[in-house]
Design a binder for this molecule. Structure first.
Ligand SMILES: Cc1cc2nc3c(=O)[nH]c(=O)nc-3n(C[C@H](O)[C@H](O)[C@H](O)COP(=O)(O)OP(=O)(O)OC[C@H]3O[C@@H](n4cnc5c(N)ncnc54)[C@H](O)[C@@H]3O)c2cc1C
Length: 393
């Protein structure tokens, strides 16, 4: 850290947001010798509304990005999953790739701690008053300056708002609702994971049993679910649960509506701030860590080339594969979730062991969307292919 003439601290990289994306970016950049300020309005530990499913894809990404082994002592690992539709079990799979269930209050505290241990300067618990390019001014009047700024400040990103006028597009955003169900309320915590297609329009429901409670939720496109609270109540009742809707917690989910241009010049967006959530599974933790890592790499390369303003160009090249996968996933989403097609998908999902296996391999990071799309197109009835209107993957 240096000081400029006005005595403001100067950093190579300022990261706003210390969730999975921001902590990954800060850890990577600090380990590679950059001076990094890691800013968050919250102090850690803090909660984040999330199912907390930490897939094998997330696990592999974590090991690569943080250069550490994952400590499973705060997670529950399950290998059984059930898929449901319309209150009927489509399939119960007893031995699937491991799925780890975490509480975000623990997980995010650990990721934040890694970044600080790796050398990032701790600016948590500080509210931002304004952004000016790559400079950040706090409400206490202090300003810090960066050569590159990484906005990893979640779906309501102030960095995206500063660049583009709004953090996301309300017409395409997703939304999720959750409750934590205590074991004495109904769902025993040794149950398998459960995923319910059709619990929300253009989305699904989930029940993730953890150590002391089960996280139950529904999520889908906001526009297609004008009464998501009502749908969630119905979903809970179908599982024998009767919760006061005032206990529901909600959060936006950038469900596949990623920013094609995730930043400007020396300002980059990562994770939810860049809309990087899988449009089918709703998984965001792995993509957040991966994009934070790529943003840090692009920032370091730009700084080393004495051209911080080239950070976005470098980042866009690095994101190419992820963007391609998300585009393909959005195409597949039209088969999985569109109301007119869902029966066809559900029928194929019930019959085809390969389709089910590939869905799980996707979560496990063993298969990517281009391959999954090719397989689905081979298996789904010709009718669906025709209804795709010649869309090619
Ligand atoms: C209901 C629901 C269930 C989900 N379930 C899963 C799941 O089971 N598995 C999965 O992989 N993904 C899941 N997701 C998606 C996942 O939660 C996100 O994709 C992931 O948290 C994105 O990480 P991030 O670091 O980009 O943002 P976040 O985790 O949101 O972190 C952003 C950080 O920025 C900070 N911040 C925000 N604004 C400011 C500001 N103005 N100034 C300073 N700091 C700021 C916040 O305090 C926060 O620490 C779910 C999402 C929802 C809504």
């Amino acid at each position: 850290m240096r000081m400029d003439q006005t005595n403001s601290p100067e950093f190579d990289i300022i990261v706003i947001g210390a969730g999975p994306a921001g902590s990954a970016a800060a850890s990577r950049a600090a380990r590679h010798g950059a001076t990094v300020a890691l800013v968050d309005k919250a102090s850690f530990p803090r909660t984040k509304l999330c199912g907390g499913l930490f897939t094998e894809r997330s696990h592999q990404t974590y090991c690569k990005v943080f250069d550490r082994q994952f400590d499973f002592s705060h997670a529950v690992t399950r290998r059984e999953i059930e898929f449901w539709h319309d209150n009927k079990c489509l399939s119960s799979l007893p031995d699937v790739p491991p799925m780890h269930l975490t509480m975000r209050i623990d997980l995010d505290k650990r990721l934040f701690t890694h970044a600080i241990e790796d050398g990032a300067h701790d600016f948590s618990g500080k509210s931002i008053a304004s952004l000016d390019g790559t400079d950040v001014t706090f409400r206490d009047g202090c300003t810090i300056r960066g050569r590159v700024l990484i906005g990893a400040d979640g779906v309501n990103s102030i960095t995206a708002r500063a660049l583009f006028g709004a953090p996301f597009d309300k017409s395409t955003i997703g939304f999720g609702l959750e409750v934590e169900v205590a074991p004495d309320e109904q769902i025993p915590t040794e149950q398998p994971l459960r995923v319910d297609f059709g619990a929300a329009n253009w989305g699904y429901g989930w029940s993730f049993p953890k150590q002391g409670s089960t996280t139950v939720g529904v999520g889908g496109l906001l526009n297609s679910n004008p009464d998501m609270k009502g749908q969630f109540s119905t979903y809970l009742k179908a599982q024998g649960l009767d919760h006061d809707p005032r206990r529901f917690k909600g959060h936006y989910l950038p469900f596949g509506d990623f920013r094609v241009v995730p930043g400007r010049g020396a300002v980059l967006l990562a994770g939810d701030a860049a809309g990087l959530v899988d449009p089918i599974t709703g998984e965001g933790i792995a993509l957040a860590m991966e994009s934070g890592h790529l943003a840090a790499r692009a920032a370091l390369d730009a700084i080393n080339a004495s051209a911080p303003e080239t950070a976005l160009d470098r980042y866009q090249v690095a994101l190419k594969d992820m963007h391609r996968s998300l585009r393909i996933a959005r195409g597949i989403r039209r088969i999985v979730f569109a109301p007119g097609w869902q029966q066809t998908f559900v029928g194929a999902f019930r019959r085809s062991g390969t389709l089910r296996t590939q869905y799980l391999q996707l979560l496990a990071g063993q298969v990517e969307y281009p391959e999954l799309a090719r397989n689905m197109l081979r298996r789904l009835p010709r009718l669906v292919v025709n209804r795709l209107g010649g869309h090619r993957f």
